[in-house]
Design a binder for this molecule. Structure first.
Ligand code: SLL
Length: 156
């Protein structure tokens, strides 16, 4: 459908990871040599609106040492991958949008953080809780959205 001039739609969301030192009940029977369990995700903000009006598919590409390194998750998600491993690497993320948007997939990268970071106090808490979280606020902008996409977005 036709695009609406001089108009932008903007949405915020989270890309991040959680990491746990193994052994951990969420990650039973890890392969030999795997020291961390982790989850990488694309999520709405806490109490934020549903993302699936605009986000229809997420492809997460892991390090080539993983079997089936390319993981694809369709809406409604959750858009996340849980794995175990031994090292940090950049996860390549592709976001695919609602077809009526006529938008091409958008690329993001998230570098996995598996080790405690920050001040000594912050690191001590992450160790005590056995949880490291690395997240950032992301923004997506749809410039001159199609009329059909605009309609779904404003009724969300
Ligand atoms: C590092 N440059 O050495 C990085 C590479 C590799 C991550 C990290 C295990 C994969 C698997 C895994 O953690 N690969 O065995 O399934 O720190």
């Amino acid at each position: 459908s036709k695009r609406i001039r001089n108009t932008q739609l903007r949405r915020h969301f989270i890309i991040g990871n959680e990491s746990y030192v193994l052994p951990h009940p969420l990650f039973p029977d890890p392969p030999d040599g795997h020291t961390k369990g982790w989850k990488v995700y694309v999520r709405p903000l806490p109490n934020g609106p549903d993302m699936t009006t605009w986000l229809k598919k997420v492809q997460l590409k892991l390090h080539h040492t993983y079997a089936n390194a390319s993981r694809t998750i369709e809406a409604p998600g959750p858009f996340e991958v849980s794995e175990t491993g031994y090292g940090e690497f950049g996860v390549e993320i592709r976001l695919y949008f609602a077809p009526e948007s006529s938008e091409k997939a958008v690329y993001r990268e998230h570098y996995l953080v598996l080790a405690p970071y920050g001040t000594d106090e912050q690191k001590a808490r992450q160790e005590r809780e056995n949880l490291v979280v690395s997240e950032r606020l992301e923004t997506i902008e749809f410039n001159e959205p199609t009329h059909d996409f605009f309609k779904t977005m404003v009724s969300e």
